[in-house]
Design a binder for this molecule. Structure first.
Ligand SMILES: [Zn+2]
Ligand SMILES: [Zn+2]
Length: 255
């Protein structure tokens, strides 16, 4: 049994809202949004791997702080897994000595607090009983979705995306798919903004979900806080063929 704990699944902050981050079996983070900040020091120290869908701030906000906060208590580096395009952005714009130190050379390049592992689309990466595969995602910056597979079943997390044929083509080939976590950032009244920002809103989600062949559970994430109740109400009002509900912060999916 594997556990997938929702540390944050909001499209923003404020009050109890935390941005995207999921904890997989204690040692693996999927994205590193502000939800990471609620973990105890003991929990932070167990994190060995961080898989990043894309470099937008709501998905990486706590990555620099996670590494910094555990220095001195950690015996092995944090490995950041992403595509080369995303790693380049992290190196150039975050770990650049201006925003934050370059922890990939501290205390030395040979024995650093942070190491990068580059991934190609469609290439599975095995960590204990879990296999994580980056899948195509269409967003305003280089982005991926992730398939998280423990052989018994798979969860697919879309990351930030407008969907697209390439994504559905690979998702529909996953024979043990149990759960699809997909974003719906905006309410219908923000349709033009959603198109511009390459996010989904209820009507575009409905069109995309017509591509989902198997009868799996669909969980909605990344609702913008100001319109979250409106957005999920609009999503639930659509005529769905799949069981659909809001992903909840704090919930643990077992698969
Ligand atoms: Zn984004
Ligand atoms: Zn986002």
């Amino acid at each position: 049994m594997s556990t997938f704990r929702v540390l944050g699944c909001s499209g923003g902050i404020g009050g109890q809202n935390r941005t995207t981050s999921f904890l997989l079996n204690q040692t693996i983070l999927i994205d590193a949004g502000t939800g990471v900040g609620d973990l105890s020091m003991e929990e932070l120290l167990q994190i060995e791997h961080v898989f990043i869908t894309h470099a937008h701030l709501d998905h990486i906000a706590c990555l620099p702080l996670l590494i910094d906060s555990t220095i001195g208590a950690r015996t092995s580096p944090v490995t950041v897994h992403a595509t080369s395009a995303t790693i380049q952005v992290l190196k150039k714009h975050i770990f650049n000595w201006h925003i934050w130190p370059d922890f990939s050379v501290i205390p030395s390049a040979e024995d650093a607090f942070l190491r990068y592992e580059m991934h190609e689309l469609g290439e599975p990466y095995q960590l204990d009983e879990i296999t994580i595969t980056p899948l195509p995602a269409e967003h305003t910056v280089p982005a991926v979705a992730f398939q998280i597979n423990n052989d018994r079943s798979s969860i697919v997390f879309s990351g930030d995306t407008v969907g697209g044929q390439q994504f559905w083509q690979v998702v529909n080939q996953i024979t043990n798919l149990k759960t699809l976590i997909i974003e719906t950032a905006f309410a219908e009244r923000e349709l033009s903004l959603a198109l511009l920002a390459k996010h989904l809103c209820p009507s575009t989600l409905a069109v995309e979900l017509q591509n989902l062949a198997s009868h799996v559970e669909v969980l909605i994430t990344h609702l913008k806080p100001a319109d979250s109740d409106l957005t999920i109400a609009e999503v639930l009002n659509l005529d769905h063929v799949h069981p659909i509900r809001r992903l909840l912060q704090g919930e643990i999916l077992e698969f």
